[in-house]
Design a protein around this ligand. Structure first.
Ligand code: URA
Length: 233
């Protein structure tokens, strides 16, 4: 890969900026100051530094965001704010997209990436990736409600939901873990039992957990989490 592409592909510097940095002697490859921006490098092996700092080659980026209410899970929207607007400019330029959708009023864990293949795999219904949510409902729910929802419900459009798991916290709240992600699924599950979701927060995706990341904030997935995301089975 050309040195200028190494920087421009990762949106660290534009090709023109690479030229400027090279002229100023700010870029080195394996300890040798680069004199041309079109030199060929091995991006996986060569050690590239910019202003003395090592720049690791990362083809894909994986970001975990704690989505606040009021943002839509898409890359652009004519009316609403999108989750991408919560990321800094340098990340927005990487053409990230949310892996799966949360409703506008749902909060919590959203993974954004530019790795289309892994995102597709992670969302594939065949993979049965577990997604866990904390929920609150307007009215008390019974053990029969839990049992019916856990066993699978035929929704108004005829779709029969896959089995899921509910862990009760109290009469109006709990955790629900789904292995699929149909449109408004949790709201429709409780709706089918005559109840109404009043708060919904996704707290984990596979074994990647939201933890105490504040609402509206983001962080990169750790290497361990990247591996989990890429290889979700
Ligand atoms: N189920 C819903 O009803 N809404 C979401 O945002 C996610 C799951």
């Amino acid at each position: 890969m050309r040195l200028d592409k190494f920087f421009s592909e990762q949106k660290i510097l534009s090709r023109r900026e690479v030229g400027e940095k090279v002229r100023k002697g700010c870029i080195a490859v394996n300890g040798k100051v680069a004199t041309k921006s079109d030199v060929s490098i091995d991006e996986k092996r060569d050690v590239v530094t910019l202003d003395g700092e090592v720049v690791e080659y990362k083809k894909y980026v994986y970001v975990l965001l704690n989505k606040p209410s009021g943002y839509v899970s898409s890359t652009e929207d004519p009316r609403d704010k999108t989750v991408l607007e919560l990321l800094p400019d340098n990340l927005q330029r990487l053409k990230l997209f949310p892996c799966g959708r949360l409703d506008k009023d749902t909060v919590g864990l959203v993974i954004l990436t530019n790795d289309g293949v892994s995102a597709h795999n992670a969302l594939s219904p065949k993979r049965h990736v577990e997604k866990k949510y904390f929920f609150k409902v307007a009215d008390e729910y019974s053990d029969e409600d839990s049992f019916a929802i856990e066993s699978g419900i035929t929704l108004a459009d005829g779709y029969a939901t896959k089995p899921c798991k509910i862990e009760r916290i109290d009469n109006n709240s709990g955790y629900i873990t789904l292995t699929e992600g149909k449109y408004h699924e949790i709201k429709r599950l409780f709706g089918a039992r005559g109840n109404k979701i009043v708060f919904l927060k996704r707290i984990s995706f596979s074994s990647i957990v939201l933890g105490d990341l504040p609402e509206g904030e983001w962080r990169f997935l750790t290497e361990e989490e990247e591996k989990i995301f890429i290889s979700v089975k």
